[in-house]
Every structure is written in C-alpha cells, then in structure tokens.
Write a protein that binds this ligand. Structure first.
Ligand code: G1P
Ligand code: ZN
Length: 542
C-alpha cells in the first residue's frame, strides 16, 4: 500500500522569511511538493508515531496538496493527522491546534497575503510542537535535505474525504477532520471580555471587517456576527475563494482600498478591520483614522491589561527591527522589557516560550501574543474591540491620547517589487560598502548619525542571525532601514522603512508624508536606488 518513489533534488527549495513560497505551477510540478514534504520529514529524523496538524488558507491547490501530504504522512509512519474541514485552518488556528492537541508539529499551506490561483502563489511551512514556525536551524536542515533527496514515501490510497467531520484510518494512521473555528473561538473567549464587546455592539457601535475573500471569513462571521452579536453584514467579502476573488489579500490601505474609502467617507462605521489570506495579519482603522501596524502594536501593549487575558500585565514587548520604535516607548514607560528581532515571526517564538515577551508585532501588519506562536489577525481586532469597549473612546481619540502620552513615531514603508536581482543586490552592497565611512556624511537634507547591519543574538538560545537588514540613523531622530524581502516570488523586492521620531510635547498632527519627505530624500541620495534600479517611485507605499 505504501510505495517508494525515486526522485532527484529540485533547485530552489530554500525556505524564506516564512516557509517555501513559489508560483503555484511550480508547486504543481512533478515531485516538487513531495520532495519538500519528504525533506521536512527527513530533517526531523522521520515522523514515526507523530501527531501532526495540517491545514491551509483554502487557496487554489490547497486541497490537492493536503491529499498528497496525508498520503505521505501515512507512508512515513505518522500516528495521527488532524485536518481542518475542507482543508481549512487559519495560520493562528493551526498554531493553536498544535498546542492544544500537544501535536509534534504541523504543516501550514499558504502564501499568506500573496494572491492565489493557478498563475499566482502557493506556499508551505512547518511549525514545531510549540505551534510556531520552525526556527532557522530547522529550515536550514530541511533545505539541505532537498539538495540530496533521492526518494519519497507515499501511500497508494484513494483521496480522503476532507468535507466530513470525524475520523478515518489509512493503514496505521488516523485522520481526524475538525471544525476549523471551534477551538480558536473558544480560545478567544478566554482572553477577551466578550460581554463587554457584546454590550458595545448592542449600544449601536458599528464595524466593518473585510475578510478579503480569505480564510478569516468563517472565523469572523462566527465570532463577530455570531457570538458577539454584531449585525449581519458586519463581515464583508466573507466567503473564502480559491483566488481571493482575484484580489490581493493583504490588509493595508492599498489592497483593502474599498474598506479604506468607506472608513474615510461620511458613512464610515465606528471601526474597520481586515485580515489577510491566512488570517495572521490585520489592519486597524477608525472613522477617518488609519492606525499604522507599528502604532497598533504600541497601543495594544499600552492597553492590553484592559482585557482579562492580560490583566496581570505584560512580561515584555517584542518588535521586528524595521518596526517603528513606538512600542519601545510604551515598554520603557511601563518598565517592562522590549526586544528587537529580525523580520519574521519565527524569531518571537523563543521569547514567547521563555516568558520574556507577551505581545509581539511587526510593521507588516502582524500582531500577536503568547496565546499562540503565530501572529493573529482576529486576535488583534478582538483586543482592539475590548479596548474600545472599556475606554468608550473613538479610535482617533485613543491615538491622540496615546501620542500625547508616549510621543509619536511617524512611519512609512516603500516597496520596490520585482526589481532585477542584480540591481537589488547592487543597491544593498553599495550601502554596505559605505557603512564604515558614512557617519557624518550629508545625505540630501539630513546628516548620517550612525549606520550598521543588523545582527541578532537570541537571548534564549544564544544563536546568531546575521545580515538582517541595513540601518541608517540621521541627526534629528530619523531612521531608515533597507532589506530584501524573503517572501517575494518574482525577482527581488527592496523594502525601505522610514521613520521620524516626535517626542512628547511635539506636533502629532503634521502631514505624515511631509514629515517623512526628508528621510526619503536622504536615503535615496545615500543608496542611489532610483538610478540603479530605474525606479522613480515604489510600487507600494504602506
Ligand atoms: C514579509 C514581512 C515580514 C513578515 C513576512 C511574513 O516578509 O516583511 O514582516 O513576517 O512577510 O508575513 P519579507 O517579504 O519582508 O521578507
Ligand atoms: Zn499571512
């Protein structure tokens, strides 16, 4: 019933910031998925007797990929695989299920916020028993294995019925199909004051949640419109589609433009939010008030104690390096630890496991806490709702209070997508070459105060991660960060992160673009990015 299939290494199976991501057609190519899955299993020294969780965001090829993975898990000796009904599990729900069921790990199928469909993107990643993405040494071992692989094991069995809740067996392995929402929803109920949020909706508070035709549709509908009593229609684009309706399921002002326009218009509801393809990112927007992810992290850190799950306070706050320093200000004032990690959620895992940090976040619309080991879009939305229910203020009022108490970090990110790899490398190496001599140099309107290449020493396991992005500080409290994306699937993506600090007592209502214009000019002068790449402007500004 089990067969061994001869194969050979396929180039380019190196996992990036969050797993292996490629065009769907690449994943559908002969042996491509199977080679990587077998490499995961082999890098774990086999999976005999393992319990695994498997699910994905429902994009094109999700269900087919799950059939292959289930047959391979059976042939490799797994004891049990828990699968979300129809192959659906949001990334945070998968993380929770791994932890709750004390599974050995899980495989999550998603390319997150990247578009889906036969001509778009697909992805796969392995999460360990803590529910979090495999750390770097594990992803390196998986990749190593892809370069020598010569066989994989797969069951010669008919397809599984993913649409019926219950258990079946194949050989010695049990497949358990579970409702994807139930356990996650129960976890949220332990963290937040659902009665207070219910009362908020009952009082006439209005909200629009844009599920972007992605995985959070069923979760948001069940929790917001079901349990919390928000009016029907609160969740828009609630039906998950294999191609996300042709959209780009990334919750930011560009890709969630319909929601943004609504929130900036006369008929705006009190609160707007959105989540991405696999449900781990979030966007928060009030009536006429967009909240940057860096600010959202800071506000949540400052107010988390208002929710029952965090009433005892936070151990610490962690942010990725390119994320603005807004959350550092909160940590300093609260007298708790703050951490700066490389980009990618996997770096938060150790801090959360060790109890050093309670809340984490990234500028790329990711926020989360120690309740799971992934960022969690709906969690952030529910924590905001809990804060709004207790403070009884608007989002704009909460932001204004926050800045006057802690100061503000004006912030924006420029993305230059699909840049030829050579040109992108030239931009980066050009700046690296200048690092030793650049201090004191005048760059456009600003003067360089400090510059370095970010390395991270993990305070828990002592591991080092080098070359995690270039940082330049300028006189007057400005910072620019440059790094190459590890999730793009076409050429290279250069990300430029721009920040200007404004201390307590300053002007918090200035035009963000105007405040950041000198930082933009300085970094363009320093890197010569427009000349080298031929790009006058970024593709996306968030
Ligand atoms: C991007 C974000 C990063 C996030 C990752 C996965 O990675 O910048 O913060 O963790 O997606 O959602 P990048 O493409 O920049 O490597
Ligand atoms: Zn995502």
């Amino acid at each position: 019933m089990f067969k061994e299939v001869k194969t050979a290494p396929i180039e380019g199976q190196k996992p990036g910031t969050s797993g292996l991501r490629k065009k769907t057609k690449v994943f559908m190519g002969e042996h491509y998925l199977a080679n990587f899955v077998q490499s995961i299993f082999d890098s774990l020294d086999g999976i005999t007797g393992f319990d695994l969780v498997v699910g994905g965001d429902g994009r094109f090829f999700n269900a087919d990929a799950i059939q292959i993975i289930l047959k391979m898990a059976a042939a490799n000796g797994a004891a049990k695989v828990i699968v979300g009904k129809d192959g659906i599990l949001s990334t945070p729900a998968a993380s929770h299920l791994i932890r709750k069921r004390k599974a050995n790990g899980g495989i999550i199928l998603s390319a997150s916020h990247n578009p889906g469909g036969p001509d778009e993107d697909f992805g796969i990643k392995y999460n360990g028993e803590n529910g979090g993405p495999a750390p770097e040494h594990m992803t390196a071992a998986m990749f190593d294995r892809t370069t020598t692989i010569d066989r994989y094991l797969i069951a010669d069995a008919p397809d599984f019925d993913l649409g019926t809740i219950g258990t079946t067996t194949v050989g010695d392995m049990t497949v358990e199909i579970v409702d994807p929402v139930t356990d996650y929803s129960a976890l949220m109920e332990t963290l937040f004051d659902f009665d207070a949020i219910r009362a908020l909706f009952k009082s006439g508070f209005t909200m629009t949640f844009d599920a972007m035709h992605a995985v959070t549709g069923p979760y948001a509908t069940a929790i917001l419109e079901g349990t919390l009593g928000a009016p029907k229609g609160t969740v828009m684009n609630a039906i998950p589609l294999e191609d996300f309706g042709g959209g780009h399921p990334d919750p930011n002002p560009i890709w969630a433009k319909t929601l943004m326009d609504k929130m900036m218009g006369d008929a705006a509801p009190d609160f707007g939010a959105a989540s991405d393809g696999d449900g781990d990112r979030n966007m928060i927007v009030g009536k006429g008030a967009y909240v940057t992810p860096s600010d959202s992290l800071a506000v949540l850190a400052a107010n988390a104690h208002l929710a029952p799950g965090y009433a005892r306070g936070l151990a610490g706050v962690a942010r990725s390096m390119p994320t603005s320093g807004a959350s550092d200000r909160v940590a300093a004032k609260l007298g708790i630890a703050s951490f700066e990690t490389p980009t990618g959620w996997k770096f938060f895992g150790n801090l959360l496991d060790a109890g050093k940090a309670t809340i984490c976040g990234e500028e790329s619309a990711g926020t989360g806490s120690d309740h799971v080991r992934e960022k969690d879009g709906l969690w952030a939305v529910l924590l905001w709702l809990n804060v709004l229910a207790v403070r009884k203020q608007s989002v704009a009022e909460i932001m204004a209070d926050h800045w006057s108490e802690y100061g503000r970090n004006y912030y924006t990110r420029y993305d230059y997508e699909a840049v030829p790899t050579d040109a992108a490398n030239t931009v980066m190496s050009g700046l690296i070459d200048q690092l030793d001599t650049v201090v004191g140099q005048v760059a456009g309107p600003l003067t360089v105060a400090k510059a370095d290449q970010f390395s991270y020493l993990d305070p828990v396991d002592g591991s080092h991660s080098h070359n995690q992005g270039l940082r330049v500080w300028f006189d007057g409290g400005a910072r620019a960060v440059l790094r190459l994306s590890g999730t793009g699937t076409e050429g290279a993506t250069i990300r430029v992160y721009l920040e200007q600090e404004q201390e307590v007592g300053g002007d918090f209502n200035a035009d963000k673009e105007a405040v950041l214009a000198p930082v933009v000019d300085a970094v363009m002068a320093l890197t010569k990015l427009p000349t080298i790449t031929g790009r006058d402007a970024p593709n996306v500004i968030t």
